[in-house]
Design a protein around this ligand. Sequence first.
Ligand SMILES: [Ca+2]
Ligand SMILES: [Ca+2]
Ligand SMILES: [Ca+2]
Length: 246
Amino acid sequence: MDGRSSYLTLGEKLCSVLFPLIGICEAVILGFVGCCGDLRRQPDRKFDYSFTDFVEISRNSPFTVNEVEALFELFKKVSCSIIDDGLIHKEELQLALLKTPAGKNLFLDRVFDLFDEKRNGVIDFEEFIHAISVFHPGASVEEKINFAFRLYDLRQTGFIEREEVRQMLNAFLLESEVHVSEAILEAIIDKTFEDADADMDGKINKTEWKEFVLKNPALLKNMTLPYLREITTVFPSFIFNTQVDD
Ligand SMILES: [Ca+2]
Ligand SMILES: [Ca+2]
Ligand SMILES: [Ca+2]
């Protein structure tokens, strides 16, 4: 990939396509203004990236060099928010995405794990770029489907189970401050499994997930679950098909 298909502006890409960045963008703009205002002026020992490195990173990603540089600015801001060490710790990701460093969030844990490919408890810039790449318009549908599957497979059993869908929905509803009744929640989960669990064994395997997503492309278009304000946008078929009122 050479990043030539960048017909969208960087801003559009950042804020409409890359789901973690929706939260990060907001957080950077609203929360971290002034946090590391001097970073650009000082030679920074924590970061040892030259223009050549950005070119190299760009070559191995769907991003243009300019985009890599923009993402680097973003990375710097998030990575200095709590511990100014050039790495993103879980609390920092949480602060950027959820506006609070405290508390346990299932979804965040899973996102962090997926970013932290080297599994050393921190996210470095290469890991950041690599994970974000999945949300690039140029990333393959296959990659997006796989990433979403791994995200939902909270316990990493190789299946998406009913309890996991419930937990994700709950986390999502909590973050987006949407309130639905238990009955609606059950109906949404029922409908999910009715539609997705083709062999009816009570869990969604990767093949079933793939079929399901291809039938409901909105699920992929917004791999954005916790950040969407409207649950109807995320799960349109469930809401519109549900028999339960309220
Ligand atoms: Ca840090
Ligand atoms: Ca890591
Ligand atoms: Ca199944």
